[in-house]
Structure formats: C-alpha cells, structure tokens
Design a protein around this ligand. Structure first.
Ligand SMILES: *Cc1c(COP(=O)(O)O)cnc(C)c1O
Length: 386
C-alpha cells in the first residue's frame, strides 16, 4: 500500500529523497564525494559557521547542557532563552518576544491561539505550508486570496460580517518565489477593516531593511504592525522562531500556544547561538551589503542567459521550469556541472510551476557566482530551457 503510493509519486516525478551533505552549509560543500557550489541554503549571512556563533553554542552547551530538559513552563527557563528574547524584542522594537523551537511550530501554535472557530482567516495563496496548517488547526473559516492581490483581499474583507474577528495571513518574503508581500497596502487594509495582520517573515528577518529588521522595516511599516513572526534557522544561522509584539500578547501566547507549552525548549546552545548571530547582524551591516551585491550579480547573469525567472526582488531567485520532470533533470545537469540548487515541485509549489530554487549568500565570491553562471548556462541548454 505505502510502496504503491511511493511508486505513484515516483511515476509523477514527485518522490523526494535526501542528498547527503558532508560539510557545513557552504558556499563550497562536499556532496557525493565532490566539491560542489551550494546555491540552496537559507543561511544568507553565513552565520551558521561563524566562529563567534559556534563558540557561543559551545559555551552555553558546556554551561547549561545539551538539552533544556523540558518545556520552559515545566522545568524552568534558562538564561540563554531569556537573553535571546530580550535581544529580539529590542531588535524588533517591541515590548517583548517569545521564542519557539521552529517556525513551523510557531505558526501552528500561534494562529490557533489568536483565532478560533468563529473567526475568519484570509490567507495569501502562496503562504508557507506551516501557515496553512496553522490556519487549518484553528478551525476558523479559512479563505484564500490570489497571490499579492490586495483588490481580491479587499473584496473578501468587505463581504464579511463586520464584527467577525479576522486574521490576514501572509509570508513577508515568499519562500519559493522571492517576491515581497505588499505590506503597506496590507497594513492599510487591516486597519480599515479592523483585521489583524499575521506576517511570517522567515526569510525577511536579518535580510530585508536597512538594519535587517525584516520586510516591515524595508517598507517602513514597522510602526503599524503590532506583532510579527520570524524564524531563526535562516539568516540567523541556527534554529527556532520568534513572535515579537506587545507584552500582553506575548503573555497570552505563553498561556495558550500549544506548540510553546507542550514541547521541549530549544537547546540552550541554539538560543545562545542566535543571540550571538543577532549581535553580528547588528554590528556588521557589510554582510547584508555583500549579500545584495551577490544577489544583483547572479540575478542579472541569470536574466541575461535568458532564463524564465520568477519576479524575485530578493536573494531567493527561482528559475521557473514548469513540469516536475524537467525541473529534476535541470537540477541533475546543474549538479553534474558542479552546482547544487534544488528542484522544487508540487505540493511545495502549485501544479505546473516546478522550478529550481536558487539562493545566494553573503559568502559566495564573485568567482563562485561566475562559475555558477557557466554551470547554469550549460545545464539550461541541456534541459532546453535557454
Ligand atoms: C522556513 C519557513 C518556515 C518554517 O520555519 P522553520 O524554522 O524552518 O520551521 C515558516 N514559514 C516560512 C515562510 C518559511 O520559509
């Protein structure tokens, strides 16, 4: 039965398997016994391997142990978690912050805490799977609006009963497309229609805005957003997630968010690593400058080669392919040419929009990018994409 379903997936070119990675997240990694240029990681600022971040993890691990022992409400809350939450609140300019073990857990715990059976959720069609799962778990009435289509969203807002509690849900920076949600317009609609706006800024945090505070900072709308969610496993180089907002909201979530209450706290080393990463993010804006310069070089190069690129404005630069089979063979050709970038297929993206998702980091050199462009050209030609 399971074997048959696996075979069906394989026949549709939708089966997945793990690619062993024998070194840290890059930019040059060891895969299948070869040196490969990695254009797949979300470690945008190269902080996962930063000596200061690694050292912070080691010291906190030696001092407080490999694990946290229990959920924080059960066995006590360790200093690394407390320090991280103060630092995050300060960074995001909010009264308080609450950390979760992952972005997935933050979304499936927070959304159902914020809205229930009698509420209405309006979510962007391309919202991350963890947001969709959070919306479903809430049991609220759940509607989808067309991607970044604020007219469609406004139509849905205008139709609902006014007194009905409403949550608008969106990625800040879309994880598989690399475009941005129109936050000024969404924030205006939320205010006009008295809805709450739930922004998942997993990919924007550390990357967007002059100080890396995220997509809201990029658009200058921080002040109009009472709370925001982001993750700590991408630009922050470790793992976890946060909800930043007013103290009352944070205390409420601590009391009601099931994925906070009923799960073991992240390891102290992981929390300490994030605090160290946050220090570097604030101290070294040149990392973001390098990231954006790399992004421009690679994006311009890919566009010049004639690839069909998604309307990305960020370090996530998907090459649109269409069918899953071609996306897979393109990724395989790329690998042969010494570059790893993954084929992304349904259900991660809508049907017939399979792609190869390319991400760049501050750690790629000009040489890496130019070598990669040669690989993209050969692989693109072999796959008939250019
Ligand atoms: C990666 C991602 C998540 C999940 O975060 P994890 O910390 O990896 O669980 C949630 N939302 C978006 C938009 C993401 O890209």
């Amino acid at each position: 039965m399971l074997e048959k379903r696996l075979q069906e997936l394989a026949a549709r070119h939708l089966s997945r398997r793990l690619t062993p990675l024998h070194s840290g997240t890059g930019p040059v990694v060891e895969m299948a016994g070869r040196q490969i240029l990695l254009f797949a990681s979300n470690d945008y600022l190269g902080l996962a391997l930063h000596p200061e971040v690694v050292q912070a993890a080691i010291e906190a691990t030696q001092r407080f142990g490999a694990g946290s022992g229990a959920a924080r409400l059960i066995s006590g809350s360790l200093p690394p978690h407390q320090e991280l939450e103060s630092a995050l609140a300060q960074f995001k300019g909010t009264e308080a912050a609450l950390t979760f073990s992952s972005g997935y857990l933050a979304n499936i715990g927070t959304i159902p805490a914020l809205i229930g059976r009698d509420g209405l959720i309006l979510a962007d069609r391309l919202s991350h799977a963890s947001l969709i799962d959070g919306c479903r778990l809430s049991r609220a009435d759940f509607r989808i609006y067309r991607h970044n289509d604020t007219d469609h969203l406004e139509t849905l807002l205008a139709k609902r009963r006014r007194e009905r509690r409403t949550l608008i849900v969106t990625d800040g920076l879309f994880s598989m497309d690399g475009d941005l949600a129109p936050l000024p317009e969404l924030s205006r609609l939320a205010q006009t229609y008295e809805a709450d706006l739930y922004i998942d800024d997993a990919h924007g945090t550390g990357v967007m805005g002059p100080h890396g505070r995220g997509t809201a900072e990029h658009f200058g709308v921080n002040a109009g957003l009472p709370f925001q969610m982001g993750t700590l496993g991408k630009a922050f180089g470790s793992s976890g997630a946060y909800l930043a907002g007013p103290l009352t909201l944070i205390r409420y979530l601590m009391n009601t968010s099931r994925s906070f209450i009923f799960t073991t706290a992240p390891p102290p080393g992981s929390a300490a690593a994030v605090t160290a990463a946050l220090r570097i993010i604030q101290r070294e804006p040149e990392r973001r400058a390098r990231l954006w310069a790399n992004r421009e070089r690679l994006f311009t190069g890919l566009a010049r080669l004639g690839f069909n690129l998604s309307p990305s404005v960020t370090p996530i630069m998907p090459i649109l392919v269409g069918d899953a089979e071609t996306a897979l063979s393109f990724a395989e050709h790329l690998f042969t040419e010494g570059v790893y970038a993954p084929a992304i297929r349904p259900p991660t993206v809508p049907d017939a929009t399979s792609r190869v998702r390319v991400t760049v980091t501050s750690e790629h050199t000009i040489n890496h990018i130019d070598q990669a462009l040669t690989a993209f050209q050969r692989a693109g030609q072999l796959s008939g994409l250019i």
